[in-house]
Unconditional design. Sequence first.
Length: 385
Amino acid sequence: MAAFVPALASILAHLPDTRQRRGLRHPLGALLTAAVAAMLCGATSQTAIATWIADLAPYWRRRFGLRHPLGPDQATLSRVFATLDVGAFETALSTWSQALLTRLVETPPPRAAAVPLPYPTVATDGKTCRGSATAAAPGVHLLSVFSLQFALVLAQQFVDGKTNEITVAPQLLATLALDGWLITSDALLTQRELDTQILRQGGAYFHPVKGNQPGLLHDIQDVFASPLLNDTVQTAVSTELAGNRIVARAVNCSTALCGYSDWPGLRQVLELWRVVTDKPTGGVRSEVVYGITSLGPAELTPEQVLAVWQAHWGIENRLHWVRDVTLGEDQSRVRTEHGPQVLAAVRNTALNWLRSKGEINIAQAFRHYADHPELAFIAVGLLIG
């Protein structure tokens, strides 16, 4: 039996409503459900969402549970988003997204094949909503956990100015069942305490190592600089054409620090060489980066190391770039309280649904849903597909 994915409308209907009861025109769950449906149809701003709802036939507004004949205006949406219990909202969406992931593992989406990786692999990375910046405060920064196989946002959390991603990442990962998962990140999150937690939760880690961990970086560099340790090294290479660039990669993997380094769970250290050739100019640039993983050579081969290392950047081009360019997140001027995070969560939810249906071209999918809004009604649970 396929995994059960609850309807978004039913999940959002149970969110706590912090508004004063007097004068309420629309249930909270109805507003949020309609916002997700509007986003699926390409309404990417608060004003566009309000306009989309106003243009609905009265029957469909009633189906959403919107009681006032005209629906909410932009100012109403702004107030609701700003004061929403955003923690409860994110938790509800995370529950739905994880159920969706379970369904996709059992039945992969049509048309778009899952990225082939040896383990369920998720990337942890942050993004700033630049348009939310004010003269007194930087833009809202959000940390996400992203399935690299299926391009789903599984969880998201606000990083306030008094903390940073290092503090928030353990809290965010603690909300997920990591058993059997491989966790990737950028070098900022290469931290002992975080890796100890990942291992304790049954997961594995895969991180780059840079100057924020100087002792570990120095030890890894020594391993690959020493001819005496060559017998511990396994290698793989790959070459690809990316636009006008030819990208050649070579990875070296070694177990030489096992039993020597006190880094929690360390099984392999990694050295990755990239050589990029610009075809039109013939220019060549190269770089070398280092990394660690808690998976041994039998669990993660050099070829698989290359695949995971490259796949990690899917969070940039399949999430951050899409939210910025296709959904106009950096151009949004929503700045009030929780508003930027709520809109980001709505964008994530719309993207998750489209990815689950195998959509690759998100802009084209938005146009298709705008022409066929019944698909959005199915997505949020108002219709049975």
